[in-house]
Design a protein around this ligand. Structure first.
Ligand code: NAD
Length: 496
């Protein structure tokens, strides 16, 4: 059985030890095993990173920018290989995987502007003969811990800015689809980055917990489910680290009575079932306001038979399998339970769709109407192709529903009413808002982050907030000796 190993100090490393299975979710077969790093392996990666950070932090901005431009070209050239690596282990269709690569690439393009981003600030003559400037220094070694659902994009959310700022990076990817991380590391190597600037340790909770308490890790970026995000935040900050931990989501899409129903139905389908619902920005709840509910549910239901479920390898497939058999069974259980809980299953996708490999982890698309808070299908992040419809009478009820939810990642409003659209952002406690845009993932020069249980810490990821997270401001106050006579002053410094 092929073993997927680590990347430490510029080379592939395979150490004997614990392993976990890696599957082709479209066939349900184990295709490889992944090494699960011990504390000693994690330590060797951190040591390599510490050494690399020593010189990398001193590298010129023009050298960093040149290497990042080179990496950008390599990632672009290898976009199909990266997408194929994602599809093989995650299962998402090629087009969708290419989209993920493109959004990750965007973060590298942002980081190519690092000379401008790290410009700092300068005040001349704050006092007579005294100047002050602020420099953004790297923090040291940064760990990135990533989820299974975006094995290329989420590592690039972190890595591009982290290394551009002069840090070294240790990535701990999801053990469910680990191969793409090695391809990323090889491309970083080919681009000419010094050994040890980017390292990859495969693993599970043992590797994560070693990173969280390792004395040489300065900062931790985490993306994954809310319980683990909370654990990462609490453990990492208790160990004195800077931590940003992005968690799970339950994203609502409010459709007002004046909305274009056909456009809203298209958006609900795309955002609900794209990537089999395994996106943290997936729409999982449609909130139908007033009379829009019946025609909207009909329009969504009418589109579901047109969704072709199948393996990524078939060009006609629009939606691939789920990540594992256990996850598929868990998602299915929500549909099975919904009727008992008092909801109405309009489209039941809990059986494997016709024509797919029955051993694969496939599900069809489900649509559940009459959903209310208190039902499991509403309360939990399902992370599968299950779209709930909650019916409310007014805009105010829709807002109250959203704000009562513990998550606050993304939200969308569909309307033609400019006034409602304008006030919506101020009314909802959610970090990313779409107006007639169902998946409002910010572009790379803004930053990404939810509120409430969707983000622990105060730092959204990538964009300007990423630069802030991966740097420490240092303020330098300068006076050059001049010919003035010697004088001491025990008072607190004031300007004058
Ligand atoms: P997960 O929390 O199970 O795993 C994420 C990472 O944490 C993996 O690298 C995993 O190895 C590690 N991990 C898992 N259990 C751990 C434990 N007990 N202790 C320490 N480390 C542990 O998440 P997942 O299933 O890979 O990804 C799906 C989740 O990620 C969903 O909840 C989704 O909403 C969320 N997500 C959030 C965002 C965002 O930006 N907010 C983006 C993508 C995914």
């Amino acid at each position: 059985m092929r073993t997927i190993g680590h990347w430490i100090d510029g080379r592939a490393v395979n150490e004997p030890g614990r392993t976990g299975p890696v599957h082709d979710p479209a066939r349900g077969e184990q295709t490889a095993q992944v090494s699960l790093a011990s504390a000693a392996v994690v330590d060797s990666a951190v040591k390599a990173a510490v050494t690399a950070a020593g010189t990398w932090s001193q590298s010129s901005l023009s050298r960093r920018a040149t290497l990042l431009f080179g990496l950008r070209e390599l990632l672009h050239t290898h976009r199909d290989d990266l997408a194929a690596a994602v599809s093989r282990e995650h299962g998402k269709v090629h087009e969708d995987a290419l989209g993920e690569v493109a959004r990750g690439l965007e973060c590298v393009e942002f980081a190519c502007g690092i000379p401008q981003l790290l410009k700092g600030s300068h005040s001349a003559e704050v006092s007579r003969g005294v100047d002050v400037h602020t420099v953004l220094r790297p923090v040291g070694v940064v760990a990135g811990i990533t989820p299974f659902n975006f094995p290329v994009m989420v590592p690039l959310w972190m890595m591009a800015n982290a290394i551009a700022c002069g840090n070294a990076f240790v990535l701990k990817p999801s053990e469910k689809d680990p191969s793409a991380s090695l391809l990323l590391a090889e491309l970083v190597h080919q681009a000419g980055f010094p050994d040890g600037v980017v390292n990859v340790v495969q693993g599970d909770a043992e590797a994560v917990n070693t990173l969280l308490t390792h004395p040489d890790i300065a900062a931790v970026s985490f993306v994954g489910s809310t319980p683990v995000a909370r654990h990462v935040y609490e453990t990492g900050t208790a160990a004195g680290k800077r931590v940003q931990a992005l968690g799970g989501a339950k994203n609502h899409m409010v459709v007002l009575p004046d909305a274009d129903i056909e456009a809203a139905a298209d958006a609900a389908i795309s955002a609900g079932y794209g990537s089999a619902g395994e996106r943290c920005m997936a729409i999982s709840v449609v909130v139908a306001v007033g009379p829009v509910a019946d025609p909207l549910v009909d329009a969504i239901a009418a589109r579901i038979p047109g969704i072709v479920v199948g393996p990524a390898a078939e060009g006609s497939s629009m939606m691939g399998p789920l990540i594992s058999s256990a996850h598929r069974d868990r998602v299915r259980s929500y549909v099975e339970r919904a009727t008992d809980d008092g909801a109405r299953v309009v489209v039941d996708g809990s059986a494997a769709p016709a024509g797919v490999d029955p051993a694969g982890f496939f599900l069809g698309c489900s649509l559940v109407d009459g959903v209310r808070p208190g039902m499991a299908v509403y309360d939990d992040e399902i992370f599968g192709p299950v779209l709930s419809v909650v019916r409310v009478d007014t805009y105010a009820e829709a807002v109250a529903l959203i704000n009562a939810n513990p998550y606050g990642n993304g939200v969308a409003l569909f309307t033609r009413d400019g006034g409602a659209a304008r006030r919506f952002g101020g009314d909802v406690e959610v970090g990313m808002v779409g107006i007639n845009v169902p998946i409002p993932v910010p572009v790379a020069w803004h930053s990404f982050g939810g509120w409430k249980a969707s983000l622990f810490g105060d730092a959204p990821i990538y964009g300007p907030e990423g630069i802030r997270f991966y740097t420490r401001p240092q303020v330098v106050t300068t006076r050059w000796p001049d010919a003035t006579p010697s004088a001491i002053n025990l008072g607190f410094p004031t300007n004058g």
